[in-house]
Design a protein around this ligand. Structure first.
Ligand SMILES: [Zn+2]
Length: 325
C-alpha cells in the first residue's frame, strides 16, 4: 500500500521536534518539547512517544508509513542501535525497540546529521545533487556524506562524524573526550568560551553587553548576536571558526570531490560570514579542478532533521513493500 504520511522525529540535546510529513516533504503539523536530558533514557522515550501521539492524532494508522527518528548519537545503522552519545544518556540503549514497543508503526533510527542530509537532499539545498557533503554547526558539529544520492555509512554505519575530524591532536578538548576536533573549535561551547575570554577584557565589551554585563554568562548566541550587530571582536571569533572549518573542508574536497557542501545547524544558518570564510579557504587551497565546489547554506532550517527522518521512514516502508522511489 502506498501510504500518505510519515512521522519524522528530530531529537536534539535541548529540544525534540516531531512532524507529520507528506511524501513530497510538506510538513502538515509539527510539535516540539524540551528534551528531558537529565531524567534518563526512559523519560526521553516517553517524550518522543507523547510527541508522536500528538502529531498523529486524527490520522488513520493505515495512512502512516512509519516513524523515523534522528538522534544526536553514533548509530550502528545495520543493527539499529545507539553506540555512543555525547549529549544524552542513550549509549547502548535500544531506542528503536523501546519506541516500537509503544507505537503501532515500524521505526527506523539514524544519526541526526544523516537525517539533516537526507532532508536537504530530498527537499532542500542539495535537491538533485548526488555527491555532496552536509555539515551541521550547532551545539555539536555533525555531518553526512552523500555518494551517488545515498548517505555513505561506512562499514558499521558510523561514518561521517565530520565534527570529530582532527584539526590538531594537541588542540582544545572536545566534548567526545578527544582533543583538537572540529567541534572543539566551533561547537556552541567553544564559541561561548572564546566569547567569555574576550568579554572578560575591555575589547569584548559588546559581547559582555549581550550577556547582560556578565562576562561569565556569555553564550554562543551572545557572540553571534554581537557579530551580527557589527562588533568586530565577535565577528573575528566566528571568522576564526570559519577558517578552521575551511581548512578541514579542503581535505574533504581534495579527497571526495563533492559538487556541493551544505552548511546547516543553528550556528551555520545564522552566520553567513562564517560559511563564506570557509568557502574562501577552500577556494584558495583546494587542489585545482576541485575548487568549483559550491558552498551553500542549508534551506530547511530547524525542519531538516524531522523531514529527513520522515523520508527515511518512507524509504524503509517502500523497500519493505517492494516499492521504488
Ligand atoms: Zn570530538
Amino acid at each position: 500500500m502506498r501510504t500518505t504520511y510519515a512521522v519524522g522525529v528530530d531529537v536534539g540535546g535541548t529540544r525534540i521536534a516531531a512532524g507529520l510529513v507528506e511524501r513530497k516533504g510538506r510538513m502538515l503539523k509539527e510539535v516540539r518539547a524540551l528534551t528531558p536530558a537529565e531524567a534518563g533514557p526512559f523519560a526521553i522515550v516517553d517524550a518522543i512517544i507523547d510527541l508522536i501521539t500528538e502529531v498523529t492524532a486524527g490520522v488513520h494508522p493505515g495512512e502512516i508509513a512509519g516513524i523515523g527518528v534522528g538522534l544526536p548519537a553514533q548509530i550502528d545503522f545495520l543493527k539499529q542501535t545507539v553506540e555512543f552519545c555525547t549529549n544524552l544518556p542513550l549509549a547502548g540503549v535500544d531506542m528503536r525497540s523501546l519506541i516500537m514497543s509503544r507505537v503501532r508503526h515500524p521505526v527506523a533510527i539514524d544519526n541526526d546529521g544523516n537525517c539533516a542530509g537526507i532532508g536537504e537532499s530530498r527537499f532542500g539545498a542539495a535537491k538533485g545533487v548526488r555527491d555532496f557533503v552536509m555539515i551541521t554547526l550547532g551545539t555539536g558539529v555533525g555531518g553526512a556524506l552523500f555518494f551517488n544520492g545515498e548517505p555513505y555509512r561506512g562499514s558499521r554505519g558510523l561514518a561521517a562524524e565530520i565534527g570529530h575530524m582532527v584539526v590538531r591532536l594537541d588542540g582544545p578538548p572536545c566534548p567526545c573526550g578527544g582533543k583538537g576536533h572540529i567541534e572543539s573549535y566551533m561547537g556552541r561551547p567553544a564559541i561561548a568560551a572564546a566569547g567569555r575570554a574576550a568579554a572578560a577584557e575591555y575589547r569584548g565589551r559588546a559581547i559582555r553587553e549581550q550577556a547582560g554585563g556578565n562576562d561569565e554568562r556569555v553564550t554562543a548566541e551572545d557572540v553571534i548576536n554581537a557579530a551580527l550587530k557589527g562588533d568586530e571582536i565577535a565577528r573575528q571569533i566566528l571568522l576564526d571558526a570559519g577558517e578552521v572549518l575551511g581548512e578541514a573542508l579542503v581535505g574533504i574536497v581534495n579527497l571526495l570531490n563533492p559538487r556541493l557542501i551544505v552548511v546547516g545547524g543553528g550556528v551555520g544558518e545564522s552566520c553567513p560570514f562564517l560559511v563564506e570564510r570557509a568557502a574562501g579557504v577552500i577556494d584558495r587551497n583546494a587542489l585545482a579542478g576541485r575548487r568549483d565546489v559550491r558552498v551553500a547554506q542549508a534551506e530547511l532550517g530547524n525542519d531538516a532533521g524531522a523531514l529527513g527522518a520522515a523520508a527515511l521512514a518512507f524509504d524503509e516502508h517502500d523497500s519493505r513493500e517492494g516499492l521504488h522511489r
